[in-house]
Design a protein around this ligand. Structure first.
Ligand code: SAM
Length: 264
């Protein structure tokens, strides 16, 4: 076993490179090898010094993501020869990022690791869209859920508890199921006029926000492409007044261009 090897599972935040933590930046600058996928923005990759090996494990030709077990094998293999292995994750590694699965694998294989939290999309993208997650009198709390269902299985969320008009609900990976999600929330008692938003490419120069209501969320967000988060709750009403994010705030925050990476 390579005693000096350590794997760092590092959250990058959702796109704007200036949302990297000081710790994430230091680790990137001292890495021997960096592994990253499609949710890591170009601006963040530019923080990696030339000469450091970069391994892309995101979308491959034909749109298949490298299977998780192959990423696992890669991490174990790199830990045999390298010293500082940085595994970058968009947002926070422990929020819908499979960071905990990778950490378990490392623990089971007696490979040393550290986890570096990152700013998750629910926090950063809403802030950049002028939507506070909580606000006195409008929202007492936040519920973060996945809108993605396991292959071949229906989306099974606790609709009754999600349909809470005093909380903000943030849905990750919900594009394919947003019609069902809106319908179920309305059926569970949430008013159809509840303010709702979609934020696409949040915190980057391509950020796009749609401000609407729960009943119109599906029709008004058709055609949006990932990454998108949905926000449902009264706090969305503040978005017009708190719209601070403009072109001049943008540093190189574009997402990785898969085609460019694969074909030069
Ligand atoms: C696999 S999850 C990873 C979440 C990540 N670990 C985090 O903490 O933000 C991917 C989903 O996160 C959300 N997401 C991540 N980055 C985003 C961004 N810049 N803009 C909008 N949504 C984003 C989208 O819902 C996307 O489908």
């Amino acid at each position: 076993m390579n005693e000096s090897a350590k794997v760092y599972l590092v959250g990058t935040g959702p796109g704007d490179p200036e949302l990297l933590t000081v710790k994430a930046l230091r680790l990137l600058q001292n890495a021997d090898v960096v592994i990253y996928d499609r949710l890591v923005s170009e601006g963040i990759l530019q923080q990696i010094p030339t000469g450091v090996s970069k391994i892309y494990v995101g979308k491959q030709t034909g749109n298949h993501t490298l299977p998780q077990d192959e990423i696992n094998e890669l991490l174990i293999k790199l830990a045999e020869t390298e010293r500082s292995i940085v595994r970058l994750k968009g947002g926070d590694p422990f929020i819908f990022g499979r960071g905990s699965e990778e950490a378990l694998l490392l623990a089971q294989n007696n490979i040393k690791f550290e986890v570096v939290p990152g700013i998750t999309a629910a926090s950063a993208c809403t802030t950049y869209a002028g939507i506070p997650l909580t606000h006195r009198g409008l929202s007492q709390g936040v519920q973060i859920v996945t809108g993605h269902s396991q292959a071949g299985r229906p989306l099974d969320l606790d609709w009754a508890s999600l349909a809470d008009e005093n909380k903000t609900t943030v849905i990750y990976m919900g594009l394919a199921n947003i019609e069902l999600i809106s319908t179920k929330l309305i059926q569970a008692g949430l008013d159809k006029t509840t303010p709702a938003a979609a934020i696409q490419n949040g915190t980057t120069g391509k950020q796009n926000r749609v401000l609407t209501t729960l009943e119109d969320l599906f029709v008004n967000t058709q055609g949006l492409q990932a990454p998108v988060i949905f926000v449902i709750g009264k706090v969305v009403t503040l978005a017009h007044q708190l719209d601070w994010f403009t072109e001049e705030n943008v540093i190189e925050g574009e997402f990785v261009d898969n085609e460019k990476l694969l074909h030069g």
